[in-house]
Design a protein around this ligand. Structure first.
Ligand SMILES: C[S@@+](CC[C@H](N)C(=O)[O-])C[C@H]1O[C@@H](n2cnc3c(N)ncnc32)[C@H](O)[C@@H]1O
Length: 214
């Protein structure tokens, strides 16, 4: 918790939180992992110190794999040492890799059967948010789910402090995210037991039958 806070203060733009997410939010974020049989490939983006990673790992079976991408070197080291290495020792039949880099730079091959994303999009320029969603949606298997979260009321709360240009940017962000929800069968779950309360937002990649009908 205190290590997380230190990194958040040093790098607030990319961390975007003052504490790791709660178990309630982690449960909502990982609720779409078990929609397919057989060996499954999972991707987590912005793992931090592993609040969601722990839940993903708990649900994995032999043959499954997880790629966890985390930008911050101290967080990636803690994730590997405290969460991933102990799991690897107990579950040698599963593949878990931590990639310490930005998702925009990560060398990953899709398709993934689920993506869990913890990035603080409201702190990013719109172009970066758009680029990252493009990458993630391009890595999803047909019909699979991408889940991200946002704090409740974050954009209206920020608006009075950012000036006219900042307010326009927040509005375009909101418009872009709403459009994504419209185009990808969007669903939301409200998690009040989190500091601050958050929405988990679920987006679904088009399935092959939808592709053929245009
Ligand atoms: C809001 S924190 C979430 C951490 C954790 N998933 C949780 O919910 O407690 C966002 C995380 O995303 C990471 N991050 C920010 N930009 C990133 C990027 N472009 N690629 C990968 N990770 C990034 C930050 O370093 C930080 O650990």
């Amino acid at each position: 918790m205190f290590g997380f806070l230190g990194e958040a203060v040093r790098n607030y733009r990319t961390t975007g939180a003052v504490a790791p997410s709660s178990r309630g939010l982690a449960r909502a974020m990982t609720s779409n992992l078990h929609t397919c049989e057989g060996p499954r490939r999972f991707l987590e983006v912005g793992s931090g110190t592993g609040a969601f990673t722990r839940h993903i790992l708990q649900g994995m079976r032999d043959g499954d794999s997880l790629d966890a991408v985390e930008l911050s070197a101290p967080f990636a080291r803690r994730l590997d040492d405290d969460v991933v290495a102990p799991h690897r020792r107990c579950h040698p039949g599963q593949s878990v890799r931590v990639h310490q880099c930005a998702i925009e730079e990560a060398e990953l091959d899709g398709p993934y059967h689920a993506i869990v994303c913890g990035l603080p999009f409201n702190n990013f320029p719109l172009e970066l948010t758009q680029r990252i969603f493009d990458i993630m949606l391009g890595l999803l298997a047909p019909g699979a789910w991408l889940t991200y979260f946002e704090y409740v009321g974050m954009r209206p709360m920020k608006a009075p402090f950012v000036g006219g240009g900042g307010r326009r940017a927040l509005r375009s962000h909101g418009d872009f995210l709403s459009e994504l929800e419209r185009d990808h069968n969007g669903r939301r779950t409200l998690i009040t037991m989190n500091i601050p309360p958050a929405w988990s937002v679920h987006l679904q990649a088009a399935s092959p039958s939808e592709d053929t009908h245009g």
